[in-house]
Write a protein that binds this ligand. Sequence first.
Ligand code: NDP
Ligand code: HSE
Length: 408
Amino acid sequence: MDIAILGYGTVGSGTVNVLTRNRELIAEDSGEVLRIKAILDLKDFPGDPYEERIVHQFEDIVNDPTIEVVAETMGGLHPAFEYVSKLLEAGKSVVTSNKDLVAAYGEQLLEIAAAHAVDFFYEASVGGGIPIMRMINECMIQERIYEIMAILNGTTNYILTEMEEEGASFEEALEDAQELGYAEQNPESDVEGMDPARKLAILSTHAFCVDVDWTQIERRGITHITPDDIAIAKAIDHHIKLVARSRMVGSRLFASVEPMLLPEDHKLAQIEDVYNSIMIKGNMLDDITVQGKGAGSLPTGSAVAADLIMAAINKKDHVTSTTYHEYAKVKPESFSSLGQTYMLRTDKSVSMPQEGIISGIQVDHIHAYFTKQLKSQELRDLIQQLEIRGVQVLSCLVMEQEDLSVNR
Ligand code: NDP
Ligand code: HSE
């Protein structure tokens, strides 16, 4: 079957690599021979084995009736949305790694795909090489999923690992992540938490069957994390991770993306480098955790290739696995409204007792205090109390706790 790729960058070239290097195995296992007929990109690639297949006009792909399945790996919202819509309307199945596109227009594109009896898959848009969408959609169809806790951004996990283990600066570690092809074109999306918020919204929509707007998810990134925070985390045998969490409680959705202090023995605390991990809780299977490389050319290309193969098999069999549901919109609420415990790093020592604070620690010149479970207003009041006493809070990190005092 003839296929095409839109965008020959990190993910596009990884996809081509996977399809080329594993061509025989794919043909043997799936019965499908995928021929890459065209690759759309803005640039030329002199000397590349696929140099002759590079095209610069989208029309060369959408108007070619022999091309039946297309991978969109360009990124961005426009023209990606227009291209994907036109391809689906032209009766071609489309797969994408572009979470910006899926988080903003996923529902609309699924509706178009279903109306034209073609597939729209986006396995690679969440968790890089981890086959999480198929796991939720197909392998957990019998489960009432009520909670997700995950590391969903490879760049920030790489940065935090480098800062913690190598003593690298934030800037150095980010530069490395960019060189390795992990970061977004605008890395603000990674380090300020927009990227994992988009992924959390995509996952939560599928897991909880509700329509989640990623922009309404409470979000904090890792730009304010300093070596002093990491020193405190080490002193208490914890790791700082950028955690994406969502929990359905009745018809209420709680969701957040923020750096958290996780105890050494927490499953997510062990996840290093570019790896992502996703813990899911369901009412029958209890909990399940998967992990794998969350970014990078070949792992992400592998997930795109899997979608291409599934879409090609469906095309050949004249079936589609894509279904469209109009889910009810829910407004994500903040976990802080439920009460959480915090680590507060301060500029000087706090004379005890202090209402709200349970204990403290000093590491060299660094002072940190641990709170009892506080709701958002109680936390604000405590910070204000400290300020009145001449103590400035330099950082405030949520600590992992099992019981958030809600009924499941
Ligand atoms: P890259 O920037 O490496 O690749 C995108 C390619 O598409 C570039 O060659 C770019 O050309 C080209 N391109 C951009 N716009 C157009 C256009 N209008 N017409 C034709 N070609 C175009 O990005 P990535 O491969 O890293 O990411 C692609 C998508 O996959 C993004 O949505 C990203 O979020 C997602 N993703 C990335 C992962 C990763 O590890 N990198 C992992 C999972 C998902 P030019 O360089 O000239 O702009
Ligand atoms: N920039 C993203 C990350 C790419 O680092 O996780 C994978 O979606």
